[in-house]
Design a protein around this ligand. Structure first.
Ligand SMILES: [Zn+2]
Ligand SMILES: [Zn+2]
Length: 417
Protein backbone atom coordinates (compact mmCIF):
# COMPACT_ATOMS: atom_id res chain seq x y z
CA UNK A 1 0.00 0.00 0.00
CA UNK A 2 1.34 3.38 -1.03
CA UNK A 3 1.67 6.40 1.33
CA UNK A 4 -1.27 8.31 -0.20
CA UNK A 5 -3.56 5.29 0.32
CA UNK A 6 -2.47 4.94 3.98
CA UNK A 7 -3.16 8.64 4.52
CA UNK A 8 -6.55 8.38 2.79
CA UNK A 9 -7.53 5.54 5.14
CA UNK A 10 -6.46 7.50 8.19
CA UNK A 11 -8.59 10.44 7.04
CA UNK A 12 -11.58 8.16 6.48
CA UNK A 13 -11.32 6.94 10.06
CA UNK A 14 -10.68 10.45 11.37
CA UNK A 15 -13.83 11.83 9.78
CA UNK A 16 -16.04 9.32 11.62
CA UNK A 17 -14.69 9.04 15.17
CA UNK A 18 -16.53 6.61 17.44
CA UNK A 19 -16.56 5.77 21.19
CA UNK A 20 -15.18 2.57 22.71
CA UNK A 21 -17.18 -0.61 21.90
CA UNK A 22 -19.30 1.46 19.48
CA UNK A 23 -16.77 1.58 16.60
CA UNK A 24 -19.31 0.16 14.14
CA UNK A 25 -18.38 2.16 11.07
CA UNK A 26 -14.64 1.89 11.83
CA UNK A 27 -14.83 -1.90 12.23
CA UNK A 28 -16.94 -2.25 9.08
CA UNK A 29 -14.35 -0.33 7.05
CA UNK A 30 -11.59 -2.55 8.48
CA UNK A 31 -13.55 -5.70 7.67
CA UNK A 32 -14.35 -4.53 4.12
CA UNK A 33 -10.74 -3.51 3.41
CA UNK A 34 -9.47 -6.90 4.63
CA UNK A 35 -12.09 -8.77 2.59
CA UNK A 36 -11.21 -6.79 -0.53
CA UNK A 37 -7.61 -7.98 -0.18
CA UNK A 38 -8.49 -11.57 0.64
CA UNK A 39 -7.05 -11.31 4.16
CA UNK A 40 -8.61 -13.70 6.67
CA UNK A 41 -10.41 -11.88 9.46
CA UNK A 42 -11.48 -13.16 12.86
CA UNK A 43 -14.40 -11.42 14.57
CA UNK A 44 -17.00 -12.10 17.24
CA UNK A 45 -16.40 -14.61 20.04
CA UNK A 46 -12.91 -15.51 18.76
CA UNK A 47 -11.85 -11.86 18.90
CA UNK A 48 -13.62 -10.53 22.01
CA UNK A 49 -15.62 -12.03 24.87
CA UNK A 50 -18.45 -9.50 25.06
CA UNK A 51 -19.75 -11.14 28.22
CA UNK A 52 -16.59 -9.95 29.98
CA UNK A 53 -17.02 -6.28 29.11
CA UNK A 54 -17.59 -4.33 32.30
CA UNK A 55 -19.93 -1.36 31.79
CA UNK A 56 -20.88 -2.22 28.20
CA UNK A 57 -22.67 0.46 26.17
CA UNK A 58 -26.40 0.91 26.72
CA UNK A 59 -28.97 -0.11 24.11
CA UNK A 60 -29.65 3.58 23.42
CA UNK A 61 -25.95 4.16 22.69
CA UNK A 62 -25.82 1.10 20.46
CA UNK A 63 -28.86 2.34 18.54
CA UNK A 64 -27.49 5.87 18.16
CA UNK A 65 -24.03 4.84 16.96
CA UNK A 66 -25.51 2.13 14.78
CA UNK A 67 -27.65 4.74 13.05
CA UNK A 68 -24.67 7.05 12.62
CA UNK A 69 -22.58 4.21 11.15
CA UNK A 70 -25.26 3.30 8.60
CA UNK A 71 -25.64 6.97 7.65
CA UNK A 72 -21.87 7.04 7.09
CA UNK A 73 -22.18 4.15 4.65
CA UNK A 74 -21.64 1.03 6.80
CA UNK A 75 -23.62 -2.02 5.71
CA UNK A 76 -26.61 -2.48 8.06
CA UNK A 77 -25.84 -6.21 8.35
CA UNK A 78 -22.28 -5.48 9.50
CA UNK A 79 -23.51 -2.96 12.03
CA UNK A 80 -26.07 -5.42 13.43
CA UNK A 81 -23.31 -8.04 13.71
CA UNK A 82 -20.95 -5.69 15.57
CA UNK A 83 -23.75 -4.53 17.87
CA UNK A 84 -24.29 -8.10 18.98
CA UNK A 85 -20.78 -9.60 18.79
CA UNK A 86 -18.46 -6.68 19.54
CA UNK A 87 -16.21 -4.52 17.37
CA UNK A 88 -12.88 -6.35 17.65
CA UNK A 89 -11.38 -7.50 14.33
CA UNK A 90 -8.26 -9.61 13.89
CA UNK A 91 -6.38 -9.91 10.60
CA UNK A 92 -4.57 -13.25 10.28
CA UNK A 93 -1.66 -13.54 7.87
CA UNK A 94 0.41 -16.68 7.29
CA UNK A 95 3.94 -16.41 5.96
CA UNK A 96 5.38 -18.85 3.43
CA UNK A 97 8.01 -20.27 5.82
CA UNK A 98 8.46 -21.21 9.47
CA UNK A 99 8.89 -18.52 12.05
CA UNK A 100 7.41 -16.88 15.12
CA UNK A 101 3.81 -15.82 15.54
CA UNK A 102 3.66 -12.05 15.93
CA UNK A 103 0.85 -10.14 17.56
CA UNK A 104 0.36 -6.43 16.86
CA UNK A 105 -2.23 -4.43 18.78
CA UNK A 106 -3.70 -1.38 17.02
CA UNK A 107 -6.52 0.44 18.78
CA UNK A 108 -9.46 2.02 16.96
CA UNK A 109 -11.56 4.10 19.38
CA UNK A 110 -11.90 7.87 19.79
CA UNK A 111 -12.61 10.35 22.56
CA UNK A 112 -15.50 12.62 23.62
CA UNK A 113 -13.63 15.71 22.44
CA UNK A 114 -15.19 18.44 20.29
CA UNK A 115 -12.65 18.79 17.49
CA UNK A 116 -11.17 22.21 16.68
CA UNK A 117 -13.07 24.14 13.97
CA UNK A 118 -10.35 26.66 13.09
CA UNK A 119 -8.92 26.34 9.56
CA UNK A 120 -5.42 26.25 11.07
CA UNK A 121 -6.23 22.71 12.24
CA UNK A 122 -5.15 20.36 9.43
CA UNK A 123 -8.26 18.09 9.49
CA UNK A 124 -10.42 21.21 8.96
CA UNK A 125 -8.25 22.49 6.12
CA UNK A 126 -8.10 18.99 4.62
CA UNK A 127 -11.87 18.45 4.86
CA UNK A 128 -11.76 15.44 7.18
CA UNK A 129 -12.71 16.94 10.54
CA UNK A 130 -14.81 14.53 12.61
CA UNK A 131 -18.49 14.52 11.68
CA UNK A 132 -19.48 13.01 15.05
CA UNK A 133 -19.37 14.43 18.61
CA UNK A 134 -16.22 12.31 19.12
CA UNK A 135 -12.69 12.96 17.91
CA UNK A 136 -9.60 10.94 17.14
CA UNK A 137 -7.52 12.97 19.57
CA UNK A 138 -5.08 10.16 20.36
CA UNK A 139 -4.07 8.99 16.90
CA UNK A 140 -6.01 5.72 16.86
CA UNK A 141 -7.29 6.65 13.38
CA UNK A 142 -3.64 6.37 12.34
CA UNK A 143 -3.22 3.06 14.17
CA UNK A 144 -6.16 1.52 12.32
CA UNK A 145 -4.68 2.71 9.00
CA UNK A 146 -1.25 1.29 9.95
CA UNK A 147 -2.86 -2.10 10.70
CA UNK A 148 -4.61 -2.19 7.33
CA UNK A 149 -1.51 -1.07 5.45
CA UNK A 150 0.50 -3.90 7.02
CA UNK A 151 -2.20 -6.45 6.20
CA UNK A 152 -2.04 -5.21 2.61
CA UNK A 153 1.75 -5.35 2.32
CA UNK A 154 2.05 -8.79 3.92
CA UNK A 155 -0.47 -10.28 1.51
CA UNK A 156 2.47 -11.56 -0.54
CA UNK A 157 3.18 -14.02 2.32
CA UNK A 158 6.91 -13.40 1.89
CA UNK A 159 7.75 -13.49 5.61
CA UNK A 160 8.46 -16.15 8.23
CA UNK A 161 5.80 -17.30 10.68
CA UNK A 162 2.48 -15.56 11.20
CA UNK A 163 1.23 -12.08 11.88
CA UNK A 164 -1.94 -11.42 13.85
CA UNK A 165 -3.05 -7.80 13.69
CA UNK A 166 -5.50 -7.06 16.52
CA UNK A 167 -7.82 -4.11 15.92
CA UNK A 168 -8.82 -3.39 19.50
CA UNK A 169 -11.88 -1.41 20.61
CA UNK A 170 -12.07 0.77 23.72
CA UNK A 171 -8.45 1.46 24.60
CA UNK A 172 -9.49 4.78 26.17
CA UNK A 173 -10.64 3.83 29.65
CA UNK A 174 -8.50 0.68 29.22
CA UNK A 175 -11.49 -1.60 28.73
CA UNK A 176 -10.94 -3.45 25.46
CA UNK A 177 -7.80 -5.57 25.89
CA UNK A 178 -8.96 -7.78 28.77
CA UNK A 179 -12.09 -9.14 27.03
CA UNK A 180 -9.90 -9.83 23.96
CA UNK A 181 -7.45 -11.79 26.14
CA UNK A 182 -10.47 -13.62 27.59
CA UNK A 183 -11.40 -14.59 24.01
CA UNK A 184 -7.92 -16.15 23.59
CA UNK A 185 -6.34 -13.73 21.11
CA UNK A 186 -2.87 -14.00 22.65
CA UNK A 187 -2.84 -17.81 22.54
CA UNK A 188 0.11 -19.00 20.49
CA UNK A 189 1.63 -15.52 20.14
CA UNK A 190 5.43 -15.53 20.56
CA UNK A 191 6.12 -11.82 20.13
CA UNK A 192 3.61 -9.17 21.11
CA UNK A 193 3.86 -5.58 19.90
CA UNK A 194 1.89 -2.42 20.37
CA UNK A 195 2.47 0.75 18.40
CA UNK A 196 1.43 4.29 19.28
CA UNK A 197 1.84 7.52 17.33
CA UNK A 198 2.60 10.88 18.92
CA UNK A 199 3.96 11.10 22.42
CA UNK A 200 5.09 14.70 21.76
CA UNK A 201 8.05 13.28 19.82
CA UNK A 202 9.24 14.74 16.49
CA UNK A 203 8.58 12.84 13.29
CA UNK A 204 11.52 10.54 12.61
CA UNK A 205 11.97 9.63 16.27
CA UNK A 206 11.13 6.08 17.35
CA UNK A 207 11.26 4.61 20.85
CA UNK A 208 11.68 0.83 20.63
CA UNK A 209 10.27 0.09 24.08
CA UNK A 210 8.35 2.35 26.44
CA UNK A 211 9.47 1.96 30.05
CA UNK A 212 7.42 4.49 32.02
CA UNK A 213 3.81 3.45 31.44
CA UNK A 214 1.52 3.27 34.45
CA UNK A 215 -0.60 0.35 35.54
CA UNK A 216 -4.13 1.43 36.33
CA UNK A 217 -7.47 0.17 37.58
CA UNK A 218 -10.78 1.95 36.99
CA UNK A 219 -13.46 1.38 39.62
CA UNK A 220 -17.06 2.08 40.42
CA UNK A 221 -18.32 1.99 44.01
CA UNK A 222 -22.03 1.88 44.76
CA UNK A 223 -23.25 2.75 48.24
CA UNK A 224 -26.69 1.58 49.31
CA UNK A 225 -28.31 2.90 52.45
CA UNK A 226 -31.87 3.63 53.45
CA UNK A 227 -34.07 6.64 52.84
CA UNK A 228 -35.79 8.39 55.75
CA UNK A 229 -37.39 11.74 56.58
CA UNK A 230 -34.52 14.14 57.22
CA UNK A 231 -36.32 15.84 60.12
CA UNK A 232 -38.86 13.33 61.45
CA UNK A 233 -36.57 10.28 61.58
CA UNK A 234 -33.03 11.01 60.37
CA UNK A 235 -31.62 8.31 62.67
CA UNK A 236 -33.71 5.69 60.87
CA UNK A 237 -32.03 6.51 57.57
CA UNK A 238 -28.65 5.31 56.40
CA UNK A 239 -26.81 8.05 54.57
CA UNK A 240 -25.31 6.71 51.32
CA UNK A 241 -24.19 10.17 50.15
CA UNK A 242 -22.24 10.83 53.35
CA UNK A 243 -20.51 7.46 53.01
CA UNK A 244 -19.59 8.18 49.38
CA UNK A 245 -18.27 11.62 50.36
CA UNK A 246 -16.19 10.11 53.16
CA UNK A 247 -14.84 7.47 50.76
CA UNK A 248 -14.00 10.15 48.18
CA UNK A 249 -11.83 12.09 50.63
CA UNK A 250 -10.25 8.91 52.00
CA UNK A 251 -9.29 7.73 48.49
CA UNK A 252 -7.84 11.13 47.57
CA UNK A 253 -5.84 11.00 50.80
CA UNK A 254 -4.29 7.57 50.27
CA UNK A 255 -0.61 7.32 51.09
CA UNK A 256 2.28 7.81 48.65
CA UNK A 257 4.73 4.94 48.14
CA UNK A 258 8.49 5.06 48.39
CA UNK A 259 9.01 2.35 45.78
CA UNK A 260 6.99 3.73 42.84
CA UNK A 261 4.96 6.65 41.55
CA UNK A 262 1.24 6.56 42.20
CA UNK A 263 -1.84 8.57 41.26
CA UNK A 264 -5.41 8.45 42.49
CA UNK A 265 -8.47 10.29 41.30
CA UNK A 266 -12.19 10.26 42.05
CA UNK A 267 -13.86 11.45 38.88
CA UNK A 268 -17.63 11.24 39.30
CA UNK A 269 -20.06 11.39 42.21
CA UNK A 270 -23.81 10.85 41.93
CA UNK A 271 -26.43 10.57 44.66
CA UNK A 272 -30.20 10.50 44.70
CA UNK A 273 -32.61 12.05 47.13
CA UNK A 274 -33.62 15.58 47.95
CA UNK A 275 -32.87 18.03 50.75
CA UNK A 276 -35.52 16.57 53.07
CA UNK A 277 -34.65 12.90 52.48
CA UNK A 278 -31.69 10.90 53.74
CA UNK A 279 -30.19 9.70 50.43
CA UNK A 280 -30.26 5.96 49.97
CA UNK A 281 -28.03 5.60 46.95
CA UNK A 282 -24.69 7.06 45.86
CA UNK A 283 -22.08 6.01 43.31
CA UNK A 284 -18.56 7.19 42.61
CA UNK A 285 -16.02 6.29 39.94
CA UNK A 286 -12.33 6.43 40.70
CA UNK A 287 -8.98 5.28 39.36
CA UNK A 288 -5.64 4.21 40.77
CA UNK A 289 -2.35 4.25 38.89
CA UNK A 290 1.22 3.20 39.57
CA UNK A 291 4.46 2.55 37.76
CA UNK A 292 4.57 -0.80 39.61
CA UNK A 293 2.03 -3.59 39.23
CA UNK A 294 2.65 -4.64 42.85
CA UNK A 295 2.20 -1.14 44.27
CA UNK A 296 -1.01 -0.81 42.26
CA UNK A 297 -2.39 -3.94 43.93
CA UNK A 298 -1.53 -2.52 47.34
CA UNK A 299 -3.11 0.81 46.42
CA UNK A 300 -6.26 -0.99 45.26
CA UNK A 301 -6.50 -2.85 48.58
CA UNK A 302 -6.24 0.46 50.47
CA UNK A 303 -8.85 2.11 48.25
CA UNK A 304 -11.17 -0.83 48.93
CA UNK A 305 -10.59 -0.42 52.67
CA UNK A 306 -11.42 3.29 52.34
CA UNK A 307 -14.69 2.46 50.59
CA UNK A 308 -15.70 -0.28 53.02
CA UNK A 309 -14.58 1.73 56.05
CA UNK A 310 -16.66 4.71 54.95
CA UNK A 311 -19.63 2.43 54.32
CA UNK A 312 -19.30 0.97 57.80
CA UNK A 313 -19.23 4.43 59.42
CA UNK A 314 -22.67 5.16 58.02
CA UNK A 315 -24.17 1.68 58.22
CA UNK A 316 -24.55 1.36 54.46
CA UNK A 317 -23.31 -1.35 52.12
CA UNK A 318 -20.74 -0.72 49.40
CA UNK A 319 -20.02 -2.80 46.31
CA UNK A 320 -17.01 -2.05 44.11
CA UNK A 321 -16.49 -3.19 40.53
CA UNK A 322 -13.56 -2.94 38.12
CA UNK A 323 -14.50 -1.53 34.71
CA UNK A 324 -11.07 -1.01 33.21
CA UNK A 325 -7.51 -2.01 33.85
CA UNK A 326 -4.00 -1.90 32.45
CA UNK A 327 -0.70 -3.28 33.65
CA UNK A 328 2.85 -2.16 33.01
CA UNK A 329 5.23 -4.26 31.00
CA UNK A 330 8.92 -3.82 30.28
CA UNK A 331 10.36 -4.38 26.81
CA UNK A 332 12.44 -7.51 26.15
CA UNK A 333 16.04 -6.83 25.13
CA UNK A 334 16.07 -9.58 22.49
CA UNK A 335 13.12 -7.99 20.75
CA UNK A 336 14.58 -4.48 21.01
CA UNK A 337 17.61 -5.70 19.06
CA UNK A 338 15.29 -6.78 16.23
CA UNK A 339 13.37 -3.50 16.36
CA UNK A 340 16.66 -1.54 16.25
CA UNK A 341 17.79 -3.51 13.19
CA UNK A 342 14.48 -2.87 11.44
CA UNK A 343 14.67 0.84 12.32
CA UNK A 344 18.13 0.96 10.82
CA UNK A 345 16.64 0.06 7.45
CA UNK A 346 14.07 2.88 7.45
CA UNK A 347 15.80 6.05 6.20
CA UNK A 348 13.05 8.34 7.54
CA UNK A 349 13.90 7.27 11.11
CA UNK A 350 16.52 9.81 12.20
CA UNK A 351 16.57 9.04 15.93
CA UNK A 352 16.09 5.56 17.34
CA UNK A 353 16.04 5.19 21.14
CA UNK A 354 15.90 1.57 22.29
CA UNK A 355 14.13 2.41 25.55
CA UNK A 356 12.48 5.59 26.64
CA UNK A 357 9.67 7.48 28.31
CA UNK A 358 6.31 8.27 26.76
CA UNK A 359 4.90 10.65 29.33
CA UNK A 360 3.60 8.08 31.79
CA UNK A 361 0.27 7.25 30.21
CA UNK A 362 -1.58 3.99 30.64
CA UNK A 363 -2.49 1.57 27.89
CA UNK A 364 -4.11 -1.82 28.19
CA UNK A 365 -1.88 -3.12 25.37
CA UNK A 366 0.50 -3.82 28.26
CA UNK A 367 -1.97 -6.49 29.41
CA UNK A 368 -1.59 -8.23 26.05
CA UNK A 369 2.21 -7.88 26.19
CA UNK A 370 2.41 -9.17 29.75
CA UNK A 371 0.13 -12.07 28.93
CA UNK A 372 2.52 -13.16 26.16
CA UNK A 373 5.60 -12.54 28.33
CA UNK A 374 4.17 -14.62 31.17
CA UNK A 375 3.70 -17.49 28.71
CA UNK A 376 7.39 -17.28 27.78
CA UNK A 377 7.13 -14.93 24.80
CA UNK A 378 8.58 -11.50 24.12
CA UNK A 379 6.99 -8.09 23.92
CA UNK A 380 7.50 -4.38 23.52
CA UNK A 381 5.47 -1.19 23.20
CA UNK A 382 6.80 1.02 20.39
CA UNK A 383 6.30 4.80 20.15
CA UNK A 384 6.54 6.52 16.76
CA UNK A 385 6.94 10.31 16.88
CA UNK A 386 4.36 12.24 14.84
CA UNK A 387 5.07 15.89 15.74
CA UNK A 388 1.67 16.31 17.37
CA UNK A 389 0.95 20.08 17.52
CA UNK A 390 -1.16 19.76 20.70
CA UNK A 391 -1.11 17.21 23.54
CA UNK A 392 -2.96 13.89 23.33
CA UNK A 393 -6.71 14.20 24.03
CA UNK A 394 -6.64 17.91 23.09
CA UNK A 395 -9.11 19.33 20.52
CA UNK A 396 -6.20 20.45 18.31
CA UNK A 397 -4.35 17.13 18.51
CA UNK A 398 -3.17 15.93 15.12
CA UNK A 399 -0.48 13.71 13.66
CA UNK A 400 2.10 14.33 10.98
CA UNK A 401 0.90 11.83 8.37
CA UNK A 402 4.49 11.05 7.33
CA UNK A 403 4.69 9.13 10.63
CA UNK A 404 2.09 6.64 9.37
CA UNK A 405 4.44 5.52 6.62
CA UNK A 406 7.38 5.37 9.04
CA UNK A 407 5.42 3.06 11.36
CA UNK A 408 4.31 0.82 8.50
CA UNK A 409 7.83 0.62 7.00
CA UNK A 410 9.34 -0.18 10.41
CA UNK A 411 6.86 -2.92 11.30
CA UNK A 412 6.96 -4.42 7.81
CA UNK A 413 10.75 -4.75 8.05
CA UNK A 414 10.43 -6.29 11.52
CA UNK A 415 7.92 -8.92 10.36
CA UNK A 416 9.88 -9.77 7.23
CA UNK A 417 12.87 -10.55 9.49
ZN1 LIG B 1 -5.44 8.27 24.54
ZN1 LIG C 1 -3.93 6.34 22.50
Amino acid sequence: MQPDQIIALRRRFHAHAEPGFLEYRTASVILAELAERGVRATTGADAIDVGRIALPPTQAEKDEWGRRAVEAGAAPDDVAYFQEHGTAVIAELDGNRDGPTWGLRVDIDALPVDEETDAGHAPVAGGFRSTTPFMHACGHDGHAAIGLALADRLRDRDFPGRVRIMFQPAEEGVRGAQPMIDAGVTRGVDRMLAVHLGGDLPTGTVVGGVTDAMATTKWTARFEGEAAHAAAAPEKGRHALAAAAQATLAILGLTRFAAADTRVNVGTFHADGSANIIPALATITYETRSTSNEVLEDLNRRAEAAVQGAAQMYGVTAATKVYGRAAVSQPDEALLTDVARAADGVPAISTFTPKGASGGGSDDAHLLIRDVQEAGGLGTYIFVGAANPAPHHHRRFDIDEDALVIAVDLLERLFRG
